[in-house]
Design a protein around this ligand. Structure first.
Ligand SMILES: [Zn+2]
Length: 316
């Protein structure tokens, strides 16, 4: 089974949609680290959401979702670039037990201090150009609800999201009401009021059809079948199938930069004590070893400009 993302459009309504299924990517993420079931579900849903949002935004760069949790989950990071290359990781607090039915709030927002940040990091940054960061209020009972609220605020577009993940696959669906100027043939005889009402009716109909989708069904059904089953009464136009995949862009250079940021005294004393520093990438598990010579060299080449690391790349 491969990873797929299918964009589609209602031919006779101002509604577009996406379905994503990520068995392969999800298995590669889970192979790197074992998570308690509740954390696994949360991370898998966030992974599916990031693919849906990235494909929806068509942003030329990397979307980084980061949740700094105040509960048992310390950090969740999911990244998706313009080619739908994905990676994800979660960090838990030490010595904690997590109930299988722990909610989003229990896991990351137990004391109201959780922080969810979405960063859009452009590919070809001009000098002085920064990544765009948006704070996502954690005002929802699920990842889907939180992201729907965020989309409403940031894009002013009605968006409905369905997400599900288990130990096999992460899947999701997105439906979005196109703006009035959207890319479909509007009936020019209609008054603006009549048209707005018509669009609301169309959206409500799409919501009613999508609303029948249960998480179990989403988990167990492939994209093609789902489109037929949910929208058989509609004329649906499908676009070319896209193939998201797992890709980690970690490198020795980035790990070296991260060590430099920790400072020479700290690194020197650590390497003196341990002989060498073994650092595993949080996302893919790849090992980077820095011995005494490597560590010394880090602080010799001071003329090298520090790159700005992706947030998920730093050690915590
Ligand atoms: Zn890596």
């Amino acid at each position: 089974m491969s990873d797929n993302l299918q964009k589609f459009m209602f031919e006779n309504a101002g509604v577009r949609g996406e379905l994503v299924e990520l068995p392969e990517t999800w298995q590669q993420i889970l192979a790197n680290q074992a998570y308690p079931p509740a954390v696994r579900t949360l991370l898998g849903e966030l992974l599916a959401a990031s693919a849906l949002l990235s494909a929806n935004l068509k942003f030329n760069g990397t979307m980084i979702m980061q949740i700094h949790g105040d509960g048992p989950v310390k950090l969740l990071v999911v990244e998706c670039d313009a080619d739908l290359n994905l990676r994800a990781t979660a960090k838990l607090r030490d010595n904690i037990t997590i109930a299988d039915d722990a909610t989003l709030t229990d896991l990351i927002h137990a004391h109201g201090q959780g922080r969810f940040i979405i960063t859009l990091d452009p590919n070809d940054k001009m000098p002085g150009q920064h990544a765009y960061q948006g704070i996502v209020p954690l005002d929802g009972a699920s990842v889907a609800a939180v992201i729907e609220n965020y989309m409403m605020r940031s894009e002013q577009l009605d968006t409905k999201i369905w997400l599900a993940a288990d130990n096999q696959v992460a899947r999701g669906m997105l439906l979005q009401k196109l703006p009035m100027t959207g890319g479909y043939e509007a009936d020019t005889d209609m008054s603006p009021e009549a048209r707005a009402e018509h669009e609301t009716e169309e959206w409500n109909r799409a919501m009613a059809l999508g609303g029948t989708l249960k998480q179990e069904e989403l988990l167990s059904t492939d994209i093609e079948t789902l489109i037929k089953r949910l929208f058989w009464e509609e004329t649906i136009r499908v676009f070319d199938l896209q193939h998201p995949k797992f890709l980690c862009n970690c490198s020795r250079e980035k790990v070296g930069n991260m060590l430099k940021m920790l400072g020479e005294p700290e690194i020197k004393s650590a390497v003196a004590e341990l002989g060498k520093l073994d650092i595993n990438c949080d996302f893919c598990g790849k090992l980077y070893a820095f011995d005494q010579v490597d560590c010394t060299q880090l602080f010799v080449a001071t003329t090298i400009t520090d790159g700005i690391d992706a947030p998920g790349q730093s050690k915590h």
